[in-house]
Ligand binder design. Structure first.
Ligand SMILES: [Zn+2]
Ligand SMILES: [Zn+2]
Length: 350
């Protein structure tokens, strides 16, 4: 159900029809540039280019593929710039669709890369070859405690490893903290730390132009994955809901997200996403109450998903499990459920 008004009919139509929107001007000096993603349903990331006196700053970068690089270069061309004109890459978070291309852009342009410290800390374990086996082992242990059947364990534990090829490992040049002013000439841009989807997720508010660059934190129709995993905070859903409340108070005219399309009503959309999680929490609490001693995995399979469980690919079933775990942990922290630790953990009504 859509509760928001698209700010760009062209983008909304492209999203609905499975097409690919053109780069377009959002405001004087501000551009939205769709950059294609390989083989995932999101299809593209929306990169924003902010004109500066001597070039552009961009919010997010895209995956590291030649196709993405070409699309970004073409989009900057529409705005009258070249890749070498990029002065800054503000990365909302370290997922490959946002951060993957940042290092390559810096190589050709000398741009600085900015990232929140909580995401910067995760880079080594996530993307360096010598560390990644460790991460897979931790993920496996988490899945064992979730009660994932032995037969599917290996498949699920390594499920997203192919994604790493779409990232060039690039350390940030600047760490951006909550409340930091970016100091880009002509822009009143302030960073808002919005953890949950990723521990160091950032939104950027532009008060003068009444805009919110929302990354994956608030999107027009879909809700971002908020999951417990080896690199997450202990209670990521609590962080996420707090961070939703933190952006809700901004009086902006338009939300500029990283996927789907631009839209108008921030507060309404935030309320809708909060209500979605309330419903999910109630559904999970009821499933645990009905079973009285159930694993996270069995809880996940008992929930309603957008398609039948058997048809969900393995990396998405893992996400579904870890997302369910985030809700279980939230309910545990509120004393609405209790956990009996083991292999697997079993969940009971409090
Ligand atoms: Zn993301
Ligand atoms: Zn994303």
């Amino acid at each position: 159900m859509t509760v928001v008004t698209p700010a760009s009919e062209a983008q909304r139509e492209a999203w609905r029809s499975g097409g690919f929107p053109e780069a377009e001007r959002v405001r004087p000096g501000l551009w939205s540039i769709p950059v294609p993603l390989p083989a995932i349903p999101l299809r593209y990331v929306l990169v924003y280019a902010l004109e500066l006196p001597d070039g552009v700053a961009i919010v997010d970068a895209g995956w590291n593929t030649d196709e993405a690089y070409g699309a970004l270069a073409a989009g900057l061309g529409t705005a009258g710039y070249e890749m070498t004109d990029v002065k800054a890459v503000l990365v909302t978070h370290i997922h490959p669709d946002h951060y993957g291309l940042a290092g390559r852009i810096r190589e050709v342009s000398g741009a600085w890369i900015g990232l929140h410290p909580a995401d910067s800390r995760l880079l080594h374990d996530r993307y360096d070859d010598d560390a990644v086996d460790d991460l897979v082992a931790q993920e496996r242990a988490l899945l064992v405690r979730s009660g994932v059947p032995r037969a599917t364990l290996d498949e699920l534990a390594g499920a997203s490893m192919m994604i790493r090829h779409y990232v060039t490992m690039a350390k940030p040049d600047r760490l951006i903290e909550d409340g930091d002013r970016l100091g880009l000439p002509g822009w009143d841009l302030q960073a808002i730390w919005t953890p949950g989807h990723s521990p160091g997720h950032l939104c950027f508010v532009e008060r003068e132009r009444r805009l919110l660059f929302s990354g994956d934190h608030v999107l027009a129709k879909i809700t971002p994955i908020v999951a417990v995993h080896p690199q997450s905070a202990p209670n990521p859903l609590a962080d996420y809901l707090d961070a939703l409340a933190a952006v809700r108070k901004f009086d902006v005219d338009e939300v500029l997200p990283a996927h789907e399309y631009r839209f108008l009503e921030l507060a309404e959309r935030v309320d809708h996403v909060m209500a979605h999680h309330e419903e999910r929490l109630a559904e999970i609490e009821a499933a645990v109450a009905a079973a009285g001693g159930i694993t996270c995995w069995d809880t996940a399979t008992a929930l309603t998903w957008s398609r039948p469980w058997e048809t969900i690919p393995s990396f998405m079933r893992r996400a579904a499990n870890n997302e369910t775990l985030a809700h279980l942990v939230w309910l545990e922290a509120r004393d609405r459920l209790r956990r009996v630790p083991g292999e697997p953990d079993l969940w009971y009504p409090a």
